[in-house]
Design a binder for this molecule. Sequence first.
Ligand SMILES: [Mn+2]
Length: 261
Amino acid sequence: MNVAIRYAAGSDIGCSRENNEDSGYAGARLIAVADGMGGYAGGEVASSTVIGSLRSLDADTPNDDLVGSLGRAVAEANEKLRTAREERPDLSRMGTTLTAMLWAGTSVALAHIGDSRGYLLRDGELFQITQDHTMDELLKAEAEQSGGVADPAETSRLSHVLYRVLDGRDDREPDLRLREARLGDRYLLCSDGLSGPVDAQTIYEVLSAEAEPSDAVRRLIQIARDNGGPDNITGVVADVVEAEHVTERPGPVTVGAAAQA
Ligand SMILES: [Mn+2]
């Protein structure tokens, strides 16, 4: 069976930031979210550089090595950040998260670095398919391995501290995995400005209730704003459908800082 994805993307500055440092992309083969950081213009440059660099994958002919293709594209994007940083000392602190999925039929490669998130709604259940690269998750994993429990005060203090992002330095390896998608799956990629103010139960309810990806994205962004919207908010929703059911083929969508670049 031929499958395709039906997608929508949205990005919003939120209620308290002066600029939008998130970038997002959705196309027939690639969906991605990047949350930039790093002072004066740095976040916008970082997230839009990475999304701009990855975008070419969307037009590539699928090959047998999806994970390799995506992994190499992420490494190339990281090299572009290195060049940008070397040329612009004022951008020395810039970096970005990246959560991206590259599709070929039901096979899909997932690359993830930082604390943006991937979720999967399948058979009426919501799964988080990425792990945050935050210090508190690291502490919890370490404690679990040694049979103990991490200090809650310490984990809450470190909950937003990232230990891995793309910033043009060496060894910025993303988590890379091959996944098998199923007809009926719905995927959400989002920045922490969405997954922070909108709890998992609400994400589950909205993804279950809204038929159209664009309505799901719009509602999730609105709820994040209604809950304070302290950060930039970006979401991409992709549904796995039978290819012959895709009657309209909208072009690729770029949102956030990368749409301004
Ligand atoms: Mn953020």
